[in-house]
Design a protein around this ligand. Structure first.
Ligand code: PRT
Ligand code: ZN
Length: 206
């Protein structure tokens, strides 16, 4: 009985996901340029997908387990179970405003336009803070939105802060901190749960 894991095809989580499996002693057949691969020394099949699709694939049981950022997981709102925090892919979803803007707490954003790729998380945060703002969903290059007059502020992922700085923005509030997590489908068979336990044992050892 093989267990199917979905990991990012390329991008910020790819290398660490592959390294994690390797450190677990799992050999993978040539991983480059592939849709899927498998291991000869562990009952594991690996699917390479866009990170945004991973929660859905795991919910639908196309993959049994997956590695994805908490940011994507929460934004997508899919029903999967988090089994382990993996300690890589760390970043934060933060509010940022033009460097010269007078910012005096989230209330300063009342009635403003905020660009983000995380509309759901931003909406929840603003509601919690009783701030009404216009959320503009854009799928990439959120950091340029204020500069081109599309928004007054952004809610974007930050790690070093370099991207915000380069675009004349300052980080003013953290909405939430994220890292990569291992998730699983809620209804795995007993056999698959056993394989997952074996994998988890190795992950916790590295
Ligand atoms: O193609 P696919 O859809 O799979 O990939 P993607 O382009 O959507 O995602 P990718 O590879 O950029 O990121 C995958 C995951 O890595 C994210 O969902 C986060 O969980 C995590 N992660 C960690 C980050 C960052 N750090 C990060 N810094 N994701 C994005 N960024 C971006 C951010 O959006 C901004 O553009 O990096 C820029 C900021 O970085 P700094 O260092 O300049 O602050
Ligand atoms: Zn993505």
């Amino acid at each position: 009985m093989k267990i199917k894991i979905a990991i990012q095809k390329s991008g910020r989580l790819y290398d660490d996901s592959i390294v994690l499996l390797k450190e677990c002693g799992i050999d993978l057949r040539n991983v480059k340029d592939r849709l899927k691969t498998e291991s000869d020394n562990f009952p594991l099949e690996v699917f390479f997908l866009r990170d945004d699709d991973i929660p859905q694939y795991v919910e639908d049981a196309v993959a049994d387990i997956g590695i994805v950022g908490e940011n994507v997981l929460l934004e997508k709102g899919k029903t999967v179970e988090v089994v382990e925090q993996l300690g890589f892919g760390k970043c934060r979803l933060s509010l940022a405003v033009p460097r010269n803007m007078d910012f005096d707490g989230v209330a300063s954003l009342q009635g403003k336009r905020i660009a983000t790729s995380y509309p759901k998380l931003l909406r929840q945060y603003l509601e919690q803070k009783n701030v009404v703002a216009e959320i503009h969903e854009i799928s990439g290059s959120v950091e340029i939105a204020p500069g081109i007059g599309l928004a007054d502020a952004v809610a974007d992922l930050v790690s070093s802060g370099g991207t915000l700085f380069m675009n004349g923005l300052k980080e003013v509030e953290t909405i939430f901190a994220s890292q990569a997590v291992l998730v699983r489908n809620g209804k795995l068979s007993a056999e698959k749960m056993q394989v997952l336990e074996k994998l988890l044992f190795r992950i916790r050892a590295v």
